[in-house]
Design a protein around this ligand. Structure first.
Ligand SMILES: O=C(O)C1=C[C@@H](OP(=O)(O)O)[C@@H](O)[C@H](O)C1
Ligand SMILES: C=C(OP(=O)(O)O)C(=O)O
Length: 433
């Protein structure tokens, strides 16, 4: 984030109550924006993500020739280019968004122009070799600078591959499927952990044929996309901050309407249930393969227990781990996180920043290369929090602050707008003080 740092004061709350409908899921919005940009016809999306990251994806497809109209009420219209992107006249700005840079690389590798993808300081430090390597195996021509952005792509005809992702990553899987649908032959991606499957579902929504087994996904080349009309489900990774806030207060009651409950994203519900919270799901509907429903959460009466998150669970919960770690001191037995080394290469080093900020609030915490041990039964005190330009850190510690003794000041609070600009307003709305 390049904006001026803003500060937000969070006062302790007495309880959490209310009913919310959240802006559209970031992962789904990115995919609908990118595929809508390439498709034939006009894609009409309601409840599109309000975050800056998805605006970066829209900005990129606009620079590639798609026509974008956004309305105040969260609606987005994308008149797609019908299969061939135009040559952009400037580098494509992916802002802070790893999803945009990686998935767009796959979409552009088989397109007949030269493209340069750039990002902000944080994105320019993040690893891009993981997407370059398999795309090169497909025949792409891609240059990085020491493994990082800028990414320069000279479009080439590609051939399908059979690839096993060494690190579970939905962004890489999706990038390969986006390239594969435009390649010769079939592309198959195998994964050891089933990562979020929005890429597969979005491709099907836009009319592509995608085949799945338990641990692989395949797409044949030469497929064309046609525009869709869809409502983007509410973002469960944004809801996660509110779920965790509610879990802190016996007597809390929060209800979410229109919330995305894709099983590859809803693992947090299982973890909170294991910690003692009560989560009820009603009225589940299938929208282009995405499950959407009403979700109610109540805190455990006697407080949260504790748990260990490791293996495949860590990969599925990757964006929720900062907030789980931030509320861990309030559990009885603490939370151990392992196999989450990926947290070190997100918008910030999320392991280091979570540890630093928990210590600032008075907690003991042990840091590991791939995780954290946060003992339970530790009351926190208000502190100055360094969000490190990272939206999930700003929001995670705003939640921890709700049960701390005294006020907390979040430095760099503006970063919440990367995924969830309404966060502080909605948090205030559901907090009883
Ligand atoms: O595919 C996606 O939409 C995402 C996948 C995850 O990243 P990785 O693919 O790097 O695991 C996640 O952390 C990110 O917020 C969004
Ligand atoms: C890691 C994240 O996003 P991205 O990789 O798209 O920057 C996130 O939203 O937590």
């Amino acid at each position: 984030m390049n904006e001026t740092l803003t500060e937000q004061i969070i006062r302790p709350a007495r309880n959490i109550n209310g009913s919310l409908r959240l802006p559209g899921d970031k992962s789904i919005s990115h995919r609908y924006a990118l595929l809508g940009g390439l498709a034939e016809g006009t894609t009409r999306l309601a409840n599109f993500s309000t975050g800056a990251d998805c605006a970066s994806s829209l900005g990129c497809v606009e620079a590639l020739g798609a026509e974008i109209t956004r309305s105040e009420d969260g609606g987005v219209e994308i008149k797609g280019v019908g299969g061939r992107f135009a040559a952009p006249d400037a580098p494509l700005d992916c802002g802070n968004s790893g999803s945009t840079m990686r998935m767009l690389s796959g979409l552009l590798a088989p397109q007949a122009h030269t493209f340069t993808l750039v990002g902000d300081a944080s994105l320019s430090r993040r690893p891009m070799e993981r997407v370059r390597k398999p795309l090169m195996q497909m025949g792409a021509e891609i240059e990085l600078t020491e493994g990082h952005a800028p990414v320069t792509i000279r479009g080439k005809a590609l051939k399908g591959i059979d690839y096993t992702t060494p690190v579970p990553s939905a962004q890489v899987k999706t990038a390969l499927l986006f390239a594969g649908m435009q390649a010769e032959g079939t592309t198959t991606v195998h994964e050891s952990v089933r990562t979020r499957d929005h890429g597969e579902l979005a491709l099907r929504a836009f009319g592509a044929n995608v085949e799945r087994t338990l641990d692989s996904v395949s797409i044949a080349g030469g497929q064309t996309l046609r525009a869709i009309e869809a409502v983007v489900p509410g973002d469960i990774s944004s809801a996660a901050f509110f779920f965790c806030a509610a879990a802190l207060f016996p007597g809390s009651n929060l209800i979410f309407d229109g919330l995305g409950m894709n099983p590859t994203r809803a693992t947090l519900c299982d973890v909170l249930t294991a910690l003692g919270a009560h989560i009820g799901v009603l009225n589940l509907e299938d929208k282009f393969g995405e499950l959407v429903g009403t979700v109610q959460i109540n805190a455990p009466k006697d407080g949260m227990t504790g748990t260990t998150i490791s293996g495949g669970l860590a990969a599925q919960l990757i964006d929720e781990l900062p907030v789980l770690a931030a509320i861990a001191p309030y559990t009885a037995n603490g939370i151990r996180i392992r196999d989450a080394k990926e947290l070190r290469v997100k918008e910030s080093d999320r392991i280091a920043l979570v540890a630093k900020n928990l210590r600032a609030m008075g907690a003991e915490v042990e840091e590991f290369e791939d995780g954290l041990d946060v003992p339970g039964g530790q009351p926190l005190r208000g502190a100055v929090i360094d969000a490190g330009g990272d939206h999930r850190i700003a929001m995670a510690f705003s939640v921890a602050a709700l049960r701390a003794e005294g006020e907390t000041l979040i430095r760099g609070a503006e970063s919440a707008a990367i995924s969830f600009p309404e966060f502080f307003t909605l948090l205030d709305r559901v907090c009883e003080r």
